[in-house]
Design a protein around this ligand. Structure first.
Ligand SMILES: *Cc1c(COP(=O)(O)O)cnc(C)c1O
Length: 348
């Protein structure tokens, strides 16, 4: 080994879902919205001459649109390059004690990767056998807490009174609630940020807002948390958000009618699809998201996953303890989900 190699940061990277660049596939593997972004986003014309200058480092117009939308103040909002960027920045900012941070054993598989990248010790707490987070497990000494609500890939929502229980028992550390899917069901923890100055709520434009390709995420919390995040951001990269992201993000936030109608379409399709899954011999926890997490009574998930791919249907399979007989299936259009049902009908 040459000397410089000893000084290389060794990390095992997160493996994102496949993004196959083939036409005519049914892509249900990374929880995108099957419908396009708001027409206001699609049709906005921009003056690209403005690319000559640096963008607004404070992300002003987008921060203020988000603040107005949620009825909070601008100093309660931090915007980043997708929620991945916001959460990574939060790990760096808030998880600096020697104690382990905690998150569920089955959860978003980026959390342990960031913990390792930033040398943050961590412990996991097992979900119960219904894939629910057990709030009492989080009554222990720790250096911080993060969980998605609804959780991924399990699609299970933790009621707000349980989130409150976790917060009540953890007033001395930052608690991050990753609400990537909250628009599809359930009450947001946003209503608690005035009560708990250590609560950070994270959202994304990637799923419910049909804008995964643009990369916008944001965090909401007490102004002291937001200001700490900004200090870290401005010590790392002042211009995370570019000119187009800022303008298009604002358009998306302003078109609430379109946003709500797309959510409703996805939820309606999900309810239909779940009934079909039951008929076909699958079981699954109740979904509060735009995906379902399903297991079949006789056909192994891995086999189904591979057979579906041969039919150009891409879903997600995790070869991990406790969940290796489940498929995570994103809700697509009605037409796409009918094809999935036809495939299962033939195969199972
Ligand atoms: C998709 C997802 C993210 C990341 O979303 P981006 O905003 O696209 O970076 C974060 N957390 C969870 C739980 C997700 O499912």
């Amino acid at each position: 080994m040459t000397t410089w190699m000893k000084n290389v940061r060794q990390v095992e990277p997160y493996v994102p879902g496949e993004q196959p660049r083939i036409d005519n596939i049914i892509k249900l593997n990374t929880n995108e919205n099957p419908y396009p972004p708001s027409p206001k986003v699609v049709n906005l014309s921009m003056d690209l001459n403005k690319l000559r200058v640096y963008p607004d480092s404070s992300v002003g117009p987008l921060v203020s649109a988000i603040a107005e939308y949620h009825g909070i103040s601008e100093d309660n909002v931090f915007v980043g390059v997708g929620s991945d960027d916001v959460i990574a920045m939060s790990f760096m900012t808030f998880f600096n004690s020697d104690k382990p941070i905690i998150f569920p054993d089955i959860t978003y598989s980026f959390y342990d990767v960031w913990a390792n990248l930033f040398r943050i010790p961590f412990e996991t707490k097992p979900l119960n056998d219904k894939f629910e987070i057990v709030p009492e497990d989080y009554n222990c000494e720790n250096g911080g807490i993060i969980f998605p609500n609804p959780n991924a890939p399990t699609c299970v929502y933790l009621p707000l009174e349980s989130v409150r229980k976790i917060l009540d028992n953890n007033r001395d550390v930052v608690v991050i609630v990753d609400e990537a899917y909250v628009d599809y069901a359930g009450e947001s923890a946003l209503s608690l940020i005035n009560e708990y100055d250590n609560l950070l709520v994270v959202r994304t434009f990637s799923k419910s807002r049909s804008m995964a390709g643009l990369r916008i995420g944001y965090a909401m919390g007490n102004s002291a948390l937001i200001s700490a995040l900004n200090n870290v951001k401005f010590s790392f990269n002042s211009y995370t958000m570019n000119y187009t992201q800022i303008l298009l993000g604002v358009e998306s936030i302003r078109d609430d009618e379109y946003f709500k109608s797309m959510i409703k379409k996805v939820v309606d399709t999900r309810e239909w699809f779940c009934k079909e899954l039951t008929r076909l011999g699958f079981s699954y926890p109740e979904s509060s998201t735009n995906f379902v997490f399903a297991t079949h009574k006789s056909v192994p998930a891995k086999e189904l996953f591979e057979a579906a791919k041969k039919e150009n249907i891409y879903v997600r399979y995790f070869d991990k303890p406790r969940i290796d007989n489940y498929l995570r299936i994103t809700i697509g259009t009605d037409e796409e989900m009918k094809k999935v049902v036809e495939f299962f009908e033939k195969y199972c």
